[in-house]
Design a protein around this ligand. Sequence first.
Ligand code: IVH
Length: 691
Amino acid sequence: MTSKKPASKNEVTQRVQVLRDELELHNHFYYVLDDPRIPDADYDRLFRELQELEAANPELITPESPTQRVGGAPLPQFTSVRHATPMLSLNNCFSEQELEDFHRRIRDALGIDAIEYVAEPKLDGLAVSLVYESGKLVRAATRGDGSEGEDITANIRTLRSIPLKLRGMDWPHSLDVRGEVYMPKAGFARMNEEAAEKGEKVFVNPRNAAAGSLRQLDPRITANRPLQFYAYATGLLDAKSRPDTHWELLSKLREWGFPVCDLDERVEGLQGCLSYYAKLEKMRAKLPFEIDGVVYKLDRLAWRDEVGFVARAPRWAIAHKYPAEEVSTRLLDVEFQVGRTGTLTPVARLQPVFVGGVTVSNATLHNMDEINRLGVRIGDTVVVRRAGDVIPEVLKVVAEQRPKDARTIHLPETCPVCASPVVQAENEVAARCSAGLTCRAQLHGALMHFVSRRAMDIEGLGDKLLAQLIDQGLVRSPADIYQLTAEQLAQLERMAEKSADNVIAAIEHSKQTSLERFLYALGIRDVGETTARDLARHFRQLDAIVDAAQADLHSVHAEKDKDRCPTLREVPDVGPIVAAHIAQFFTEPQNLAVIAELRQAGVHWPEVAMVKSDGPLAGKTLVLTGSLSGMSRDQAQARIEAAGGKVTSSVSKKTDYVVAGESPGSKLAKAEKLGVTVLDEAGLMELLEHS
Ligand code: IVH
């Protein structure tokens, strides 16, 4: 090391401060201004010097030190945080007409004709709130339901474009910066390539990748993901710090050290918005990040107050969305994939084509009905669409371009994986392999589901490993997982002893679970997480469900659907078909044997408590106003009560939430006056489902 070793404690403290300031300055040049001023090697040298000084003097380490950006120890779980000002969503518009309506509403509300907006790209990432106290980053949170999100401070600290300390001078004592964390297209492609090489899971798009990277309990993983940030708003500002316009606010945010998108522009009226929309649409494919539209925001902040809000979105801003991207390419072949319930899904193998920011070489064709409806043949030129995070779809055939040798697509008569007969039940579009868990594909799918994060959550038992276990005959059912030994695992390919021990520990750990997770993990047809939870809450014990299934069995064969499975159907939202699938599952001797083996092996859960005291709305008071579209008032009240909440008729300071449906009454105004959180129907559903 060339630098002179500082002698006194005082000198060390000073040197540490100098290094930190310098490193953060270069972070700012590099990550925010995209304008590096020193060679990487020089930066690394300064960084190492700081690391060494901190290692020798650990009492000097602070959370704001640039060395802390590599990520600290993993968290046991995310904790939830309440946003001081709710994080709103945006209303969307899809046409010029709808945008015109938006603009007219604003002009009418203000009684002013000349209106300026700030137009910004609508980044396809994840909204976050960054709270600074006395200029230091103290908390970062996801949007969550808008009122409450998850604390992701440890992860956010690893993003080098986010200042740990504010720059400049005139920032308010307390500042809540809002913006989007996103993954640039290039970083996304690189990350997926690396993952594919290692045989790991690839992300479908940059947005999912960004979300997945932020929701890591281990910040060191986040630190290695190519995440970026753009600031575009703040929470409430005190009168002294609040500029007159959004445009000035953006420039303040820049001064304080935040990256703000260079494409943001101040535009005049409707025409200005439309030109901006057209301009960005042309640039869209070449932009370094994904956008799904543009956002227009009323520029003058005082006018925003006059225009106000509806439910969870401001009236003074709107997102103008781009249509999903469509391109044409050739259908090279169709393969049938076998899912965990045996369903055969036709998958189109396409001539690779770049659409919506990713290269697409596969698209779903859903089922044979869809193939017939499209009239598609192998060799055809087809139009493919990719919208947001959905799997690409084949939209239509370009009939004029059909080659002479185009081939008709047939449903195979036997399973492409195990060669058992393929069956198609009456009234069902899906064709299935009839073999159940003796079909390798179904077993693999069922095991993948069983070990997945929201089911038994067995980390380390991935796709490849399960495939090997099946091929070696070590696992023939989920119960066999609990009979595995570290020695057996260690023999498998790419399995060091250490990771074998880790997998065994994860298996052991998964034995303590909850009834709803266990039910979900079983992979019963039509039983997703919500139904699993409803079943667990209703019956509270597995044996009660099995008893109900057996009592209902005789009625499965009843003639009328409505007479089917009377006991299982007491569970909210369980209809005749779902109930029949549940009854079938729990009366199948093989399934009962697997369940018995699992319990024998030590899989257990606490008895489910009565819903009232631990429901997601326990202790909360809600008021309903306006009409809801998905349920009646009575149904809404019943669901809230089942979740432990209470519904009252008038709004007071004690009210936790006001749920505003269509044409809400004066209760909404009162809620806004009292600062009570207002939810729309979707917000209520989120709360009900959030436990
Ligand atoms: S402003 C009150 N600006 O869109 C306005 N949001 O649908 C709050 N988004 O949750 C949001 N780019 O994740 C704003 N330039 C932008 C945005 C943007 C993307 C996302 C954000 C938000 C969602 C609302």
